[in-house]
Design a protein around this ligand. Structure first.
Ligand code: HPA
Ligand code: MG
Length: 227
């Protein structure tokens, strides 16, 4: 079966308001700070498991995967994805050796650090600047959010300079923005409207990473954690 369409993510409609907070449990300290549960943790986990299946199929001819996790937002997605890849390998006797490396990308707006929820202009890659261990390897870049793709394009360009055998991109969320970069992302968890979401390691000024569901932040939350 051709899975190509399914790899492009579950599309959430523009008018999807999320689930009422009363229906789920979440950390009490955030109860005024979130508006709704946009994607419950259980659904995220099931979708991540499915992405692990696609990845296992596409990387089947390689016996290892070099996973490049984009911090900080990608850490939960990456950890869960790698765990599912391990479980699937164990259950099918087709183990894929996985190695995980971490990088951070800093985006900033001409000179000034940019801390709230605006999208940004410049990019700097921090962490494993030397990615020469990627040479000849099959690489999976794991990123929480891809929107315009500017950041991902810059990262892909950097990774390609180390001459890997193949590079695929897994994005938990792809945002529907003008000029969205869907084609850059090989495995998409969810395609969402251009909303700011938090939870599952996605932050607002470092808050909300300890929330398991993906949630919509409230006006109170935005005010409270503004810097
Ligand atoms: N949430 C958290 N961080 C982000 C987002 C978002 O929706 N978009 C870009 N960085
Ligand atoms: Mg952030």
């Amino acid at each position: 079966m051709d899975n190509a369409g399914m790899k492009k993510g579950i599309a959430l409609k523009d008018d999807w308001p999320g689930y009422s907070l009363d229906l789920f449990s979440y950390p009490e300290h955030y109860h005024e700070d979130i508006e709704s549960v946009y994607i419950p943790h259980g659904i995220i986990m099931n979708r991540v498991e499915r992405l692990a299946h696609y990845i296992m199929d596409d990387f089947a001819d390689n016996n290892n995967i070099m996973v490049l996790c984009v911090l900080k937002g990608g850490y939960k997605f990456c950890a869960d994805l790698v765990e599912f890849i391990k479980v699937l390998g164990r259950n099918s006797n087709k183990y894929l050796e996985t190695r995980v490396e971490f990088i951070r990308l800093k985006s900033y707006l001409v000179g000034a650090w940019h801390n709230n929820d605006q999208s940004t202009e410049q990019l700097q890659i921090i962490g494993s600047g030397d990615l020469s261990f990627l040479r000849g390897k099959s690489v999976l870049i794991v990123e929480a959010i891809v929107d315009t793709g500017k950041t991902m394009k810059a990262l892909l360009k950097h990774v390609e300079t180390f001459e890997p055998k193949m590079v695929k991109v897994a994005g938990l969320l792809v945002k529907r923005v003008p000029n969205m970069a869907e084609s850059l992302t090989d495995y998409v968890g969810f395609e969402i409207p251009n909303h700011f979401v938090v939870g599952y390691a996605l932050d607002y000024n470092e808050y909300f990473r300890d929330l398991n569901h993906l949630c919509v932040i409230s006006k109170t939350g935005k005010m409270k954690y503004k810097v």
